[in-house]
Design a protein around this ligand. Structure first.
Ligand code: AR6
Length: 219
């Protein structure tokens, strides 16, 4: 009888210990996930960098090209990327069958420091009533999706559509930053997003919208 009592005591003790371990695990997981979200939030400024410079010189996994629907080259950043990558880039682009506005396609980087180029076609600014905002947002979303699908962890963007396509700079930068923050929050695999600004005005605009101090040097 006494033996049964002792057994019951130990069994109950064991159940209590197990229950505590279970509760501890639940708390631990919750704490871990909260800490994880906190980590993303805390390191957001480290994962987004803004620099003034030339995107063709960036040593990242992929640079983004602000292309046109033919994907066969052009002026601006598109021309600079093709010039720096060499003719092999154009040869690969020829077989891609172009790219619709808001979509993105990936190639190798050839002579660039970046092994990959993600080509996206931003919207031409027609005054704002032609879905321009949504199309520009789609550019960033599709670039990020392609990047993650190809195991890219560091990516550099120019200010898509803000040159020959005349998208208002501040509005374009707001969209770029919003889409980037949204994607980084859900994708820990993406380690670094670099906004490469070709001039000081663009650089200042990104810094203002990111509401942070300048984080990079001109290169
Ligand atoms: N590095 C970083 N940014 C650059 C560079 C560079 N080397 N060169 C220019 N920018 P744009 P879009 C900036 O006109 O407006 C092409 O002909 C530039 O200051 O290159 O999307 C395509 O073939 C501006 O802020 O692209 C299309 O036909 C930003 O990059 C059309 O232009 C985008 O300017 C696309 O127009």
């Amino acid at each position: 009888m006494a033996g049964a009592g002792v057994n019951l005591f130990f069994q109950t003790l064991l159940d209590i210990v197990k229950a505590f371990v279970g509760v501890y695990n639940v708390f631990d997981k919750q704490y871990a996930s909260v800490r994880y979200v906190g980590w993303v939030e805390n390191t957001m400024t480290e994962r987004i960098k803004v620099i003034q410079g030339d995107i063709t010189r960036q040593a990242v996994d992929a640079i983004v090209n602000a292309a046109n629907p033919s994907l066969l080259g052009g002026g601006g950043v598109d021309g600079a990327i093709h010039a720096a990558a060499g003719p092999e880039l154009l040869a690969e682009c020829r077989v891609l069958n172009g790219c619709a506005t808001g979509e993105a396609k990936i190639t190798r980087g050839y002579r660039l420091n970046a092994p990959r180029v993600i080509h996206t076609v931003g919207p031409i600014w027609y005054g704002g009533g032609h879905d321009e905002d949504a199309l520009l947002a789609r550019c960033y979303q599709n670039c990020f999706l392609l990047a993650v699908r190809h195991g890219i962890t560091t990516i550099a963007f120019p200010a898509i559509s803000t040159g020959a396509y005349h998208f208002p700079m501040e509005r374009a930068v707001q969209i770029a930053v919003t889409e980037t923050r949204r994607f980084l929050e859900s994708q820990p695999a993406l380690r670094k997003v670099v906004f490469v600004c070709f001039n000081g005005a663009t650089f200042n605009c990104y810094c203002k919208i990111l509401a942070g101090r300048p984080q990079g040097k001109a290169s």
